[in-house]
Design a protein around this ligand. Structure first.
Ligand code: TYD
Ligand code: MG
Length: 406
């Protein structure tokens, strides 16, 4: 009857939610889905130099400060170097222990004897197992490192935060090598020269992958951003030509984001189209729709589109603000004051309301905007008044007419 003993009434099972271990940083907890789950392993990926070691040393310090035992295993730096960084970010605390090794078995033994609440392992690419012959960072080694760490996490209820550098191919240690071996994959992103850092979950067995954390790299480590929804607005001044604001929905959090466009007369040859923070093909599509359906011809203009603050926007609801920024730059007329735009543009020039337009309008009002221009909601009841401030346009021509200063 061995199999039967594994059957438990659901009411008698302890919920993983109850046991979450707060990272001590709200933005990290948000992307984790409420904190670390004991016995789980989370991979923190990102480009070299983006701030992974800094972030996890901060987390380690906060947890230790809150009374937990934390072990930081470093395979990249000496303990003296880690101590130096810890001084800078205020993480020299009792309860935080360091171990410098590149040997997986040594790291596992350290975790096994300390049984910390959290073990940070920095990084998966620097540890090697003596049981394999491949070099550090090879697919075989990184898989072995992640698998053995996952095993020890589950066995002892320790949370493991594993650091991984993103490779040239753009994923941690090659496509999909590690993602299925860990419970969560969190990416730390940002422009190297800018100070904004975004945390995004690419996988999360214990939470949503829609949430985004926003942080800022400062001289004393990564700081939480006080009012994230306002953070991506370049300025509070009256808008200049070529900028339009949208309310993006990242997860459950609305963010006001400024879209900047520049349309400049092109030289000879085909005009340039360059974008940062938004899909270039989407912008090409909007350029074509503006030409065909709004009488705005950009064929002899170079076009640059930039999402302010280093954010990357993927949702179609950003279309309308991009189109308005382009129109504003070409016509040299600013967007009307206190106006934001959110709606999807169709190839026909028609518009569709942004999903959860009301939620976006609420946030827009909170930030001092008075109107949100959007498209008609699908299946909306005719004649039913929308929330105050929502201005519905049927097509792109009408929306741009509403948006730009006369
Ligand atoms: P690091 O955490 O070492 O990056 P990773 O582990 O992802 O490779 O971060 C390195 C960069 O962060 C480095 O360019 C210096 C900068 N930094 C700050 O700006 N402020 C700080 O307080 C710290 C510790 C680092
Ligand atoms: Mg590092």
């Amino acid at each position: 009857m061995a199999g039967i003993s594994a059957v438990t009434p659901i009411g008698a099972v302890e919920s993983a939610e109850a046991a979450r271990l707060s990272s001590g940083i709200g933005e990290v907890d948000r992307v984790l889905g409420g904190g670390f789950v004991p016995g789980s392993i989370a991979l923190f990926g990102g480009d070299p130099g983006i701030g992974k070691s800094t972030l996890l040393l901060q987390v380690a310090g906060r947890l230790a400060q809150a009374g937990s035992q934390v072990l930081y295993v470093t395979g990249e730096e000496s303990v003296a170097q880690v101590r130096g960084r810890a001084e800078r970010i205020g993480a020299v605390v009792d309860g935080l222990h360091l171990a410098a090794t590149t040997d997986l078995e040594t790291a596992l033994a350290a975790i096994d004897s300390a049984r910390p609440a959290l073990a940070v392992v920095d990084s998966v690419q620097t540890l090697t197992s003596g049981e394999l012959t491949g070099p550090a960072g090879s697919v075989g080694q990184v898989r072995e490192v992640a698998a053995r760490l996952a095993e020890i996490a589950k066995g002892g209820g320790t949370c493991i935060a594993l650091v991984g550098h993103v490779t040239k191919e753009g994923t941690v240690a090659g496509p999909r090598t590690l993602e299925h071996l860990v419970d969560a994959v969190i990416y730390l992103e940002g422009e190297r020269l800018g100070s904004t850092r975004l945390l995004r979950a690419a996988k999360n067995r214990f939470g949503s992958t829609d949430e985004v954390g926003v942080m800022e790299m400062r001289g004393d480590g990564l700081a939480e951003v006080a009012d994230a929804s306002r953070f991506f607005l370049e300025s509070d001044e009256t808008p200049s030509a070529g900028t339009a604001v949208t309310i993006a929905l990242e997860g459950t959090r609305p963010l006001a984001v400024e879209i900047q466009a520049l349309c400049a007369p092109a030289g000879y040859g085909s005009p340039r189209r360059a974008t940062t923070g938004i899909d270039t093909n989407r912008v090409l599509m909007l350029i074509a729709v503006l030409a065909r359906h709004a009488g705005l011809n950009l064929t002899s203009h170079d076009v640059y589109v930039n999402v302010a603050g280093g954010l990357r926007i993927d949702e179609p609801a950003a279309d309308l603000a991009v189109a308005a920024a382009l129109a504003s730059s070409l016509r040299e007329r600013p967007v009307r004051p206190a106006t934001v735009l959110a709606g999807e543009v169709a190839l026909s020039g028609g518009l569709r309301s942004a999903v959860r337009a009301e939620r976006r309008m609420v946030e827009a009002s909170r930030l001092g905007f008075e109107r949100l221009i959007t498209g008609p909601a699908r299946g909306a009841l005719r004649g039913e008044p929308g929330p105050a401030g929502l201005q519905v346009a049927r097509d792109i021509r009408e929306a741009i007419g509403h948006a730009l200063e006369p």
